[in-house]
Ligand binder design. Structure first.
Ligand SMILES: O=C(O)c1cc(C(=O)O)c2c(n1)C(=O)C(=O)c1cc(C(=O)O)[nH]c1-2
Length: 360
């Protein structure tokens, strides 16, 4: 049977590298191909993404987290040496925990909940991009089908993760007001787990890749794994940044979120009343669209058409004026009954809040 992951062939002239040369060659692969270089990560860490784009990242990455122990169980199943299994099984414990409510998967769920998702929605994996699933599953198949050396070498991306994790945590805490230290608690433990795991895997690969061919296989495995990580970010970028083509069955902003989101933005509280102060949420703007020749509300990945009444009201929404103030100004402009206007705009603003383009 043809292996689904044939190892690329090179010339026979490749010489045997010393263990340190091999390590340098592996590090060089990371320096050129690790996912810290991907534009999506740059946007994420620099605070350039909307809350919904950060949500898309958290949701999709859950699939990777959930499958890592499945991958490690597949690696474990190939190990004939009890000593090796004793070390490797710690990875499964790290992700699954020793008891319910413990472990890395649980901490990732907390991260997803921290950005607004319902736990059951995340657990269902509905809405996760197919490309994410394909990529993660390719990793699981790879470790099942290739040699143990290649399976272990493919985990070596973790050599490079502590740097990106530190950069991510500090960048996200600094740049997003909806991210807290608690939300990112997942990464605390990784800062010690990843170097421990990577050191072990690197020693193993340096000891066991004893021919030019085995060394080439180890490098190809690491390259493959860099591509597993890279393609997940390609998929996120394509669907949620540019061109912003969300596949029909994938997560759409607003889906799978806890009710509090609606409550926090005031959407669940019915019509806006006199003392409510409406404001546009971060990332939402009133803009004149030259092509359509009218005003629209621009939200991340969405544009809302507005009728003339909505435009007149939204021009007065500045986070300072109350509904009563706005009704008063419009009543003066249009010489109309203030209480009638106030009731109308209370309903209209509540409708926009329901669509998450307005808050109180
Ligand atoms: O945050 C990151 O950028 C990042 C990268 C990687 C990686 O390089 O594969 C892992 C993780 N995180 C991680 O949290 C994790 O549990 C993990 C397991 C593995 C693996 O290949 O077995 N990689 C990674």
């Amino acid at each position: 049977m043809t292996a689904p992951f044939p190892t690329p062939v090179t010339g026979d002239d490749q010489r045997l590298l010393s263990p340190d040369e091999l390590e340098a060659a592996l590090r060089d692969i990371g320096a050129r191909r690790y996912h810290n270089l991907h534009p999506f990560h740059r946007l994420l860490h620099d605070g350039k993404l909307s809350k919904d784009q950060v949500r898309a990242w958290a949701l999709n990455r859950y699939y990777y987290q959930a499958m890592i122990p499945v991958k490690d169980a597949a690696v474990l199943a190939r190990m004939h040496d009890a000593e090796l299994r004793r070390i490797w099984r710690q990875r499964i414990v790290d992700h699954d925990g020793d008891a319910p409510g413990d472990g890395g998967i649980e901490r990732w769920l907390k991260l997803a909940e921290g950005v607004g998702f319902r736990r059951d929605y995340v657990l269902s994996t509905r809405g996760i991009l197919s490309a994410t699933k394909f990529s993660v599953e390719a990793y699981v198949h790879f470790v099942k089908e290739k040699s143990l050396l290649e399976a272990i070498a493919s985990s070596l991306t973790e050599m490079f993760s502590p740097t990106i994790i530190s950069e991510r945590v500090s960048g996200m805490l600094k740049n997003y007001d909806f991210i807290t230290k608690d939300t990112l608690a997942y990464f605390d433990k990784r800062l010690t787990q990843a170097p421990r795991d990577a050191d072990f895997a690197l020693d193993y690969v340096k000891q066991h890749a004893t021919t030019p061919e085995l060394q080439r296989q180890a490098m190809a495995a690491l390259t493959f794994k860099c591509n597993v990580l890279w393609t997940q970010l390609d998929a996120l970028y394509f669907a949620y940044v540019a061109p912003g083509m969300v596949p029909p069955d994938a997560w759409q902003p607003g889906e799978g979120l806890v009710e509090e989101t609606a409550a926090a933005t005031g959407a669940a509280r019915g019509p806006f009343v006199t003392g409510d102060v409406p404001r546009l949420p971060r990332g939402v703007r009133l803009r004149f669209d030259d092509v359509r020749g009218k005003h629209v509300l621009l939200a991340p990945e969405r544009t809302f058409d507005l009728d003339d009444n909505a435009v007149a009201v939204l021009k007065l929404v500045d986070g300072q004026r109350s509904v009563g103030d706005i009704a008063g100004e419009l009543a003066a402009i249009y010489a109309a009954d203030r209480s009638v206007i106030e009731a109308d705009i209370g309903v209209m603003l509540a409708d926009l809040a329901q669509k998450r383009v307005l808050e109180r």
